[in-house]
Ligand binder design. Structure first.
Ligand code: GLC
Length: 520
């Protein structure tokens, strides 16, 4: 995709701009004719713009991308709210997808004293309009994050969202920003846009997907990069740093996070990474809404990545896929040995340290252990080492591989997720979709989504309370013993897990009520 300013593009841009403006002034809400029987009131759709740094399938590194790529689709099944998405146009967008983008306009966006080129592209995907913000200097790089100028990159992105709004031909009623990368959207809105013509009365919502990543920067760049006057320093400062998440929590009309339990937890010092006071102060505007998963993608009946497809009535076939997985990974082939899997970022808060502490004891059982993920070097090295020691039991695949992830979700029996903290967690729900039984710690969204099966007759998983390796080991062994000694109960558990509704239907309904309430 050519993204440089060209003659043609500028012309197109101008034309688009004029047409758009003309259209928006001409557009008046049209009342439908009343019938003799019942007066029909025209419902004017409300518009919610999701602002995020990731959205599957176009750009994603984890949970945020999964949520942004699936929640708006469910929102759009309603008759009164339409959601659209705006993300950066990263280098990683495939040539095939680039070819489908429609150029809308290009403008210049202020990033403090700089004036930066900004292109706007549009694309319809599965009933959702995506906007892409283009600037090669900021986004034509490998990977999404991890650059020294990430603060500037996402300040540009946030400012561009606001500057581009007049070109959407679609009035924004709610600006819904996600995580620190778009945290400046509500801040800029309140500081510079809310009284501007065409920007009035927009509600702002900020969602915290993980409070650990707050977007902290040196105060020295407040004016120079973020373009915010030092007069406003106190409202965006925290502990001597610029803290974008803190700014967004204070400036947004509403704040949400991704499970009811996490909404409570982040008001405490144990979970808030310093921001508990800010959240307590803003408690009245905080909501916790549990995520769902994309049940069309995570569907064992249709997913093409699986060796063998199955559903709740044919769980026997799950073992056929398990055998293929063992063959593929060079593990001893035996369908009766339970496979414990982890698909995770190898980060300490995911519980890796207690897994490491218990590893030898876990492997004393007749089990196989598969880990897929990348992360902290020390953890990566550890899992490579443990595979060398237990070559006939352990496979450590240090990579991010979606296709293999599906095969593991489906081929494993037990899914381990012992997080120290977990805002929501999606993997435990994905595992359930494939009839793979989660062993989870009772925290955040894990607590809100997985009910302990006790002796196997109820619930859908194994839950332990305290963050320590002994309690985790005990939960794993409860699972392994049930698998080995009570096949009928185990199969019942698998059927209950597959049948649990983890779709967005319920949660999208909660978001819709939330939008309706704040717009009423
Ligand atoms: C983050 C959280 C995870 C959550 C996801 C989507 O990745 O760590 O718990 O499920 O965001 O909201």
């Amino acid at each position: 995709m050519a993204v440089k300013k060209t003659e043609t593009k500028e012309k197109t841009a101008k034309t688009t701009k004029t047409t758009t403006k003309a259209k928006s002034t001409a557009k008046k809400p049209t009342a439908k004719k009343a019938t003799a029987v019942k007066p029909v009131v025209a419902v004017e759709k409300k518009h919610v713009l999701y602002v995020a740094s990731e959205a599957f399938p176009f750009a994603g590194t984890g949970g945020l991308g999964e949520v942004i790529g699936s929640l708006p689709r469910s929102i759009n099944t309603s008759s009164d709210v339409e959601a659209r998405i705006i993300i950066p146009l990263y280098q990683s967008l495939s040539a095939e997808d680039r070819a489908k983008l429609t150029f809308i306009t290009n403008i210049t966006v202020p990033v403090a004293w700089r004036n930066q080129y900004c292109g706007l592209f549009k694309y319809e995907h599965l009933g959702v309009t995506y906007y892409f913000i283009d600037n090669e200097y900021y986004f034509k790089r490998s990977g999404l994050y991890g650059y020294g100028d990430d603060g500037e990159r996402f300040a540009f992105f946030s400012r561009a969202v606001l500057e581009l709004m007049p070109y959407f031909d679609w009035r924004v009623d709610v600006l819904h920003a996600h995580d620190w990368q778009s945290a400046l959207v509500p801040v800029y809105y309140k500081l510079y846009y809310m009284y501007k013509q065409g920007y009035e009365n927009i509600k702002t919502v900020f969602t915290i997907h993980n409070i650990e990543y707050q977007g902290q920067f040196s105060p020295a760049i407040l004016e120079d990069v973020f373009g915010i006057s030092y007069k406003e320093y106190m409202s965006i400062e925290f502990n001597g740093c610029i803290n974008l998440m803190k700014g967004a929590i204070d400036y947004s009309d509403y704040v949400s996070t991704v499970s009811p339990t996490y909404a409570e937890q982040i008001k405490t010092a144990e979970y808030a990474h310093g921001l508990e006071g800010i959240l307590l102060k803003n408690a009245g505007k905080l909501r916790g809404i549990l995520n769902g998963v994309d049940v069309d993608t995570y569907n064992p009946e249709t997913n093409k990545a699986l060796f063998v497809n199955y559903n709740k009535d044919s769980i026997g076939k799950k073992d056929e896929g398990k055998v293929e997985l063992q063959k593929m990974l060079g593990l001893p082939v035996n369908k009766d040995v339970p496979i414990i899997a982890m698909i995770t970022r190898l980060a300490s808060h995911k519980g890796i340290d207690i897994v490491r502490r218990a590893m030898n004891d876990i492997l004393k059982n007749d089990v196989q252990f598969i880990v897929l993920g990348t992360g902290e070097i020390d953890h990566e090295e550890y899992f490579k080492y443990i595979q060398n020691i237990y070559d006939n039991k352990v496979r450590s695949i240090i990579s991010f591989n979606k296709d293999l992830a599906h095969k593991i979700y489906a081929g494993a029996d037990i899914f381990l997720m012992p997080s120290k903290s977990e805002p929501c967690g999606l993997s435990q729900m994905m595992a359930c979709r494939y009839g793979t039984i989660p062993v989870v710690r009772k925290t955040g969204g894990l607590k809100d989504s997985i009910i302990d099966c006790e002796n196997g007759d109820t619930g859908i998983g194994f839950v332990f309370d305290n963050y320590n390796s002994d309690e985790m080991l005990c939960a794993i062994e409860r699972a392994v013993n049930l698998y080995r000694d009570h096949k009928t109960k185990w199969n019942g558990l698998v059927t209950r897990a597959i049948s649990t509704d983890f779709s967005w239907n319920k949660s999208a309904g909660v978001y819709l009520d939330f939008y309706r309430e704040i717009l009423a």
